[in-house]
Ligand binder design. Structure first.
Ligand SMILES: Nc1ncnc2c1ncn2[C@@H]1O[C@H](COP(=O)(O)OP(=O)(O)OP(=O)(O)O)[C@@H](O)[C@H]1O
Length: 214
């Protein structure tokens, strides 16, 4: 699996303030890259630009060395994006939510695969309970089950550890590591330490000042 997401001279302005400017990013197979910065520094905005959800920016995006606008559907077929809200339908059970995610991804999948994914995130026994009746951490775990269920090489994860307990954080860290070791890559924002992942590539955003680097 070889692939490469690249941003060149990326810049984005909000309310007459540059969130970042002249930002160069390359993410290749097997890499975990952490986007850092204080609240309001532009992490979510950057992830939305990199995942093709926002177009009001300057600079160029490339997927596997081709301009993004020429290969957008190929890029999206390789992307799994998780926003900072869990994106769970409250009236649906965990099993139904996973079927919904699969439908959105253009996949049908089997119930046994969905059960396995829910077991992997600690939701065995809760498969048929409406998500509205589950805790915030359990709802987040439904969303995280996507990482088990839908195979995509590039993960873009905005605060995936929110509401997750300590054991869950450790498990998710290992999941990110395993994905990178299999040749996948991860772009992640988090306020957690991620100590078990060792030295990560970091991109630091600051208030109106850009600190980009390894
Ligand atoms: N659609 C929008 N219109 C105008 N301003 C916006 C919009 N979206 C975000 N902003 C502003 O851009 C700035 C960056 O927001 P963003 O959500 O990217 O920050 P963040 O680093 O992810 O913050 P946090 O750590 O709090 O999640 C904020 O000041 C926000 O108010």
């Amino acid at each position: 699996m070889t692939f490469r997401l690249e941003a060149r001279h990326l810049a984005c302005e909000r309310d007459d303030r540059w969130l970042f400017a002249d930002l160069d990013i390359v993410v290749g197979a097997g890499e975990i890259v952490r986007i850092e910065g204080p609240n309001g520094s532009g992490k979510t905005t950057l992830l939305k630009i990199l995942s093709g959800q926002l177009t009001d920016y300057q600079g160029e995006l490339y997927w596997c060395d081709s301009p993004m606008r020429q290969v957008r559907s190929d890029f999206l077929a390789n992307l799994l994006y998780m926003g900072h809200a869990p994106g769970v339908k409250a009236a649906l059970s965990p099993l139904e939510n996973l079927a919904w995610y699969q439908a959105l991804a253009g996949e049908s999948g089997s119930e046994s695969a969905r059960m396995k994914a829910l077991a992997a995130v600690g939701l065995t026994g809760f498969e048929d309970i409406p998500a509205a009746q589950l805790s915030a951490g359990q709802q987040r775990r439904i969303a995280l089950a996507r990482l088990e269920l839908i195979e995509r090489p590039l993960w873009v994860l905005d605060e995936p550890f929110t509401a997750i307990d300590r054991d869950g954080v450790a498990e998710l860290e290992q999941r990110l590591l395993a994905h990178a070791r299999r040749g996948g890559s991860v772009l992640v924002t988090t306020h957690h330490d991620l100590t078990s992942l060792g030295e990560l590539r970091r991109i630091r955003l600051g208030r109106g000042v850009v600190h980009a680097g390894q």
